[in-house]
Design a protein around this ligand. Structure first.
Ligand code: CMC
Length: 429
């Protein structure tokens, strides 16, 4: 249904088209606003701004819905693999068996890292954060592999996307081994995408890694849950940087840098650090809840709240179940899981959290899951980055193919000093 909104400025009426998405979401189209009225809109943090039309991911933050290309994330977590979900996000449709086999072959063919890149790792300080290393290495890949061809040949484009998906996983495991001073484990053509990652992380000549299919499946689910989340901070970074028509590697590298922040992907590390602190201080969550509510204290309850979800994060619910499943499988208990459950219980009964619609998000339980798999704390956000890669690639692809494509260049309302004269330094007292 086409409709218009009326805007009255200084007694003059302007009409703005109201556009509607497939799921009934509505927006005012203000693309001609400045041309027609001389005004811009002001929306710090872009909480009310749609930056694009997209057919990749649908979220409803009030109802806790998340779908990739129309398919509920719950169904994908139950039935799909990360590889298949990545294909779906990038290509728009689930693959046929033949297409998936071809995709797997390509992931295998492009999984090795150029030997010359190894020296890059050796020159990072040992204590460098793996997210900084990953962002630099992905940018570095551009020096070794060509940019997307101007001819836009489908096969070439697919190779570039697959190369990134496969190599980022290898780079992540490689950086872990190098940080330990251990021998790097190469990817194997015998193993699937997720099994290969676990093997590259944990296999060693003195302690061969035994692949456990349940853990491999759990990692598939973990990465499916992270695969896309429409126009979040890192994806918007990929689109914005990509809008300057930089190469894909540079755009993804910017996304990785954005994801690193503790308010975004870095929250999975921050949650475990917070839970550990609560545990070390006796296990009582009450002082932390009190601090989170205190406006004079910058502390926030990590893993709680979301810009879009005003109810349970559907990914968080699956993640919580996965934690319990993996710990049971490993016959292990994690005291941090008990702390997390107690914290959640207390927070969800507290009027501050109720009134602010603050619920556990994906990151609240994901760190406990990664600990159970044996992933070191400083690599938690790298795990998020590997999972988000199909989303970044598909959003980048959609943006460069968009007929409405434009360089991203927001405006501002200037509030600095009015025009004034330059004062030579000698005249300054
Ligand atoms: N603890 C305490 N208070 C909070 C929290 C929290 N975790 N989150 C939001 N609030 C309060 C905030 O103080 C503000 O209160 P008031 O209106 O009284 O001043 C109100 O809720 C709205 O906060 P906001 O910062 O304006 O909301 P936002 O939409 O910008 O915040 C968020 C979203 C994720 C940045 C925020 O909830 C937060 O900092 N959470 C903790 C970090 C975290 O878990 N991040 C992972 C997000 S999910 C993974 C991903 O997709 O990246």
């Amino acid at each position: 249904m086409e409709s218009t909104a009326r805007l009255i400025i200084d007694g003059k009426t302007f009409e703005l088209p109201v556009i509607e998405g497939t799921e009934g979401e509505r927006a005012l189209d203000i693309s001609d606003l400045r041309k027609e009225t001389g005004l811009i809109t002001l929306d710090p943090g872009y909480a009310n701004t749609g930056s694009c039309e997209s057919s990749i991911t649908f979220m409803d933050g009030e109802k806790g819905i998340l779908r990739y290309r129309g398919i509920p994330v719950e169904q994908l977590a139950e039935h799909s693999s990360f590889r298949e979900t990545a294909y779906l996000l990038i290509n728009g449709e689930l693959p046929t068996e033949e297409e998936l086999n071809r995709f797997s072959e390509m992931l295998n063919d492009h999984s090795l890292i150029h030997e010359d890149m190894r020296s890059f790792f050796e020159n990072f300080p040992r204590r460098a954060h793996p997210m900084g290393i990953l962002s630099s290495m992905v940018n570095g890949l551009r020096a070794f592999y060509p940019e997307l061809p101007q001819r836009n040949e489908k096969e070439e484009i697919n190779i570039t996307f697959t190369r990134l998906l496969s190599k980022v996983r290898t780079l992540a495991a490689m950086s872990y081994k190098i940080s330990l001073g251990h021998k790097v484990v190469s990817p194997s053509h015998r193993l699937s995408y997720c099994a290969n990652f676990l093997n590259m992380m944990f296999d060693s000549p003195v302690r061969p890694y035994a692949i456990d299919e349940d853990l491999v499946q759990a990692l598939n689910v973990f990465w499916i849950l992270h695969a896309d989340h429409e126009q979040n901070c890192s994806t918007s970074a990929v689109r914005l940087v990509g809008s300057a028509r930089v190469n894909l590697y540079a755009a993804i590298s910017a996304g990785i840098a954005a994801l690193w922040g503790p308010l975004h992907g870095g929250a999975n590390q921050a949650v475990v650090e917070m839970l550990q602190q609560i545990y070390d201080n006796g296990g009582d969550p009450a002082p932390y809840i009190a601090r989170a509510k205190d406006k004079s204290d910058p502390f926030r309850l990590m893993g709680f709240g979301h810009r879009v979800y005003k109810t349970y994060d559907p990914r968080g619910c699956i993640m919580e179940k996965m934690c319990a499943k993996v710990l049971k499988k490993l016959k292990r208990k994690d005291p941090l899981l008990d702390i997390a459950k107690r914290l959640e219980e207390v927070a969800l009964k507290d009027s501050y959290f109720i009134d602010h619609n603050l619920y556990p998000n994906l990151d609240f339980y994901s760190g406990i899951f990664l600990r159970a798999l044996g992933i070191p704390l400083n690599m938690f956000t790298v795990m998020f980055a590997i999972g988000r890669l199909p989303g970044w690639i598909s959003q980048w692809k959609e943006s460069i193919d968009d007929p409405q494509w434009k360089l991203h260049r927001p405006r501002q309302i200037y509030i600095g000093p009015k025009e004034r004269d330059y004062i030579p330094i000698e005249e300054k007292s």
